[in-house]
Design a binder for this molecule. Structure first.
Ligand code: GLC
Length: 664
């Protein structure tokens, strides 16, 4: 998809004619917002303010003062590994935005999950750049298919909350290019994203909102971005000048009034010759083209909010994201005919998560929310007695998790550890001691330590499943839904195993710098290289059925130049239930010319098969899948030589593998 805001002549013409009609003061007035979630307007020219609205999991009450559909959070979409579902979500989110008059929706949130402790892990998709890019592109395409602008955020290397307003992410060029920037490259080059949000932090010493390398050299000149860059809210630092930000490529400072883009201040800088009207015009042209393209008068589809269609989508997303981590002796799914007494307990069983500012700016206030206990009650009706005492019950479901309290899964603050609250851990242990059929359901948004994992036969990661989450959880527990989620992030056995936690320079760093010294070895890339056993590996997720992988075939065993490589294999559902399997394709250079991950995800497909059904799965790999970013030459390179292709059910469960030789 063209990475340009619709190349229609009309847009350019209209933007230019607006600019020609504007006075200098009117132009200067548009660089900073007019209120918390709106730009200014120019009534004289019938240019109405443009509204922007959070957020990445639904329309935020704080930005629209309306209740809206609360979809599952980003990490749940990450666990779905389903770009088609992501695209459908993007379109629904945009229609909800349009219904509150928003022309820009501030999402998707796509920062790489570098540390398990990031307070915003729940908002993001994954630790892996390939999975990140596929999902982000799909969401953006869905959003922009309706004439609303996505705003991919937070550009770039904003991977923790601690010190976010002051610190600098010190990242090597190679790690930037291989891990942190690919999602933004894909957002521009593949999805044609119309706006980008610049982050709070600095990158390699230069604040993101005035980082010319990031905003102009890479985003615009290299990737071909033609939309506008908006600052995160209050993110423009008081150190630089307006001219600096303009020169770097920041088009809009939010929210209202602005600090660097305060009109009076800009006027003084302009009169002092700090920037030209031509530079001002070019910046405004980039902003106005999206402003006009997304205008309610531009013939865009109408909005809709809180519709049954969106609520059913929210449920499907929850079902597709729920990840079955453990299921000893196939305890799950529970048999509705045989379970006559069910114990349901735990601090999160009856709690809502879809309330204003829950989690921070991603918070959505939904018109209703099916909590886990309500979902279970609705499913079981009067067929089963629901109690809170595990003793003597046929099974016991303990529903726990961090919730959106500060210090939990919440913006602005990182967690201090991976632990569940002590009282929740105690409840799990007590319940497990009282009932052998104890199932732990985690309603949470980031990796958790589970010292109790060996005490329970079944563990379900439900993430923050949105307003229909209780329905989805109950469906999985009783088998109406066969869980197909796979972990989009590694769950470490211990925090010290995580690459960002070998020393405090890496996390939390300090107000000056956070050092990304693990370089490209983020997430499973680190665990594989150091041969550390995770609690649960990246890509892990069980099913109520079983899948067989066989007959890997590679079309042509030598791969040259820019040619693509085709490979296929046979997948069968050998169980008795229909289900989906996320098949993953990992690539490894057998004799790398510099340190490289043991294997890297370069393709995946979510395949649904009925019980007993089989199919042939095919992958096409481009040479870029073999490439690394050469720090010396500052360009992508592919080494000649042998590569291993692994088809897997998780990063630690390789089912088929083969080798190919590549020559430039
Ligand atoms: C916040 C967040 C950003 C959000 C913005 C507006 O601080 O970092 O994701 O879109 O402000 O609420």
């Amino acid at each position: 998809m063209e990475s340009r805001v619709e190349q229609s002549e009309d847009l350019d013409t209209r933007a230019l004619s607006l600019l020609q009609a504007m006075t200098l003061d009117e132009k200067l007035s548009l660089l900073a917002g007019g209120s918390l979630f709106k730009t200014k307007g120019i009534p004289r020219l019938s240019l109405k303010p443009m509204k922007l609205s959070d957020g990445p999991r639904g329309i935020g009450f704080h930005s629209a003062l309306r209740r809206a559909t609360a979809f599952p959070t980003g990490i749940a979409l990450g666990a779905s590994w389903d770009p088609d579902l992501a695209r459908e979500f993007g379109e629904a989110l945009a229609r909800e935005a349009r219904s509150v008059g928003a022309q820009v929706v501030l999402g998707p949130a796509v920062n790489i999950c570098r540390t398990p402790l990031n307070g915003r892990t729940f908002e993001y998709f994954t630790e892996d750049p390939e999975l990140n890019s596929r999902l982000a592109v799909a969401v953006i395409e869905g959003i922009q298919s309706t004439g609303v602008s996505a705003c991919v955020k937070h550009y770039a290397a904003n991977n923790q909350e601690t010190h976010r307003m002051k610190s600098s992410s010190q990242v090597s060029e190679r790690a930037l290019r291989e891990i942190y920037l690919p999602v933004f490259e894909a957002a521009v080059r593949e999805a044609g994203v119309w706006s980008v949000m610049a982050a709070y932090n600095a990158v390699n010493g230069v604040a993101a909102c005035e980082n010319k390398t990031l905003l102009s050299d890479i985003l615009r000149r290299e990737y071909g971005f033609t939309g506008f860059v908006v600052s995160d809210w209050f993110a423009v630092r008081r150190t630089g000048s307006g001219a600096n930000c303009l020169e770097a490529g920041l088009n809009l400072e939010m929210p209202g009034k602005g600090s660097r883009y305060r009109q009076s201040r800009l006027k003084r800088e302009y009169e002092a010759g700090a920037f030209t009207e031509q530079a001002l015009d070019e910046s405004l042209r980039q902003l106005l083209r999206v402003w006009l393209r997304t205008s309610p008068d531009a013939g865009n589809p109408p909005g809709e909010r809180n519709t049954p269609k969106h609520q059913q989508l929210a449920r499907r997303m929850a079902e597709q994201g729920i990840t079955l981590l453990k299921n000893e002796s196939d305890l799950l799914p529970l048999d509705r005919q045989r379970v006559r007494r069910l114990a349901v307990l735990g601090q999160r069983a009856g709690k809502r998560n879809c309330l204003p500012l829950y989690g921070g700016s991603a918070g959505v206030w939904s018109p209703y929310e099916i909590t886990p206990i309500e979902g279970i009650r609705q499913l079981l009706g009067n067929d089963c007695e629901i109690v809170t005492d595990p003793r003597g019950a046929d099974a016991a479901v303990v529903i726990v998790g961090l919730g959106h309290r500060v210090g939990g899964d919440f913006e602005g603050r990182d967690r201090t550890d991976m632990d569940l609250p002590a009282e929740q851990q105690a409840l799990i242990r007590t319940t497990a001691a009282q009932n052998p059929n104890t199932i732990v359901v985690l309603v949470s948004g980031s990796p958790l330590a589970m010292p109790w994992a060996q005490d329970v036969p079944a563990i379900v990661m439900a993430w923050y499943p949105g307003m229909e989450g209780g329905t989805a959880i109950a469906g999985v527990l009783f088998g109406d839904v066969n869980p197909g989620g796979k972990l989009p992030v590694t769950f470490p056995a211990a925090l010290s195993d995580s690459p960002a936690h070998s020393d405090t320079r890496r996390f939390p760093g300090n107000e000056d710098a956070v050092h990304y010294e693990e370089d490209v070895f983020v997430g499973y890339r680190h665990f594989d290289r150091e041969q550390i056993e995770p609690l649960f590996p990246f890509g892990h997720g069980l099913s109520y059925t079983h899948f067989d992988y066989r007959d890997l075939e590679i079309a042509g065993d030598d791969w040259r130049g820019d040619g693509t490589l085709c490979l296929s294999f046979h997948l069968s559902n050998t169980g008795v239930r229909d289900g989906s399997e996320v098949v993953q394709l990992y690539v490894a250079c057998c004799v790398p010319s510099l340190p490289r991950p043991v294997r890297e995800l370069k393709g995946f497909k979510k395949v649904f098969l009925r019980a007993g059904e089989s199919c042939t799965v095919t992958f096409e790999l481009a040479a870029r899948a073999l490439a690394y970013f050469c720090p010396e030459d500052l360009r992508w390179k592919v080494d000649n030589g042998e590569y291993e292709l692994a088809v897997a059910a998780s990063s630690r469960d390789v089912r088929l593998q083969s080798r190919v030789t590549y020559a430039v």
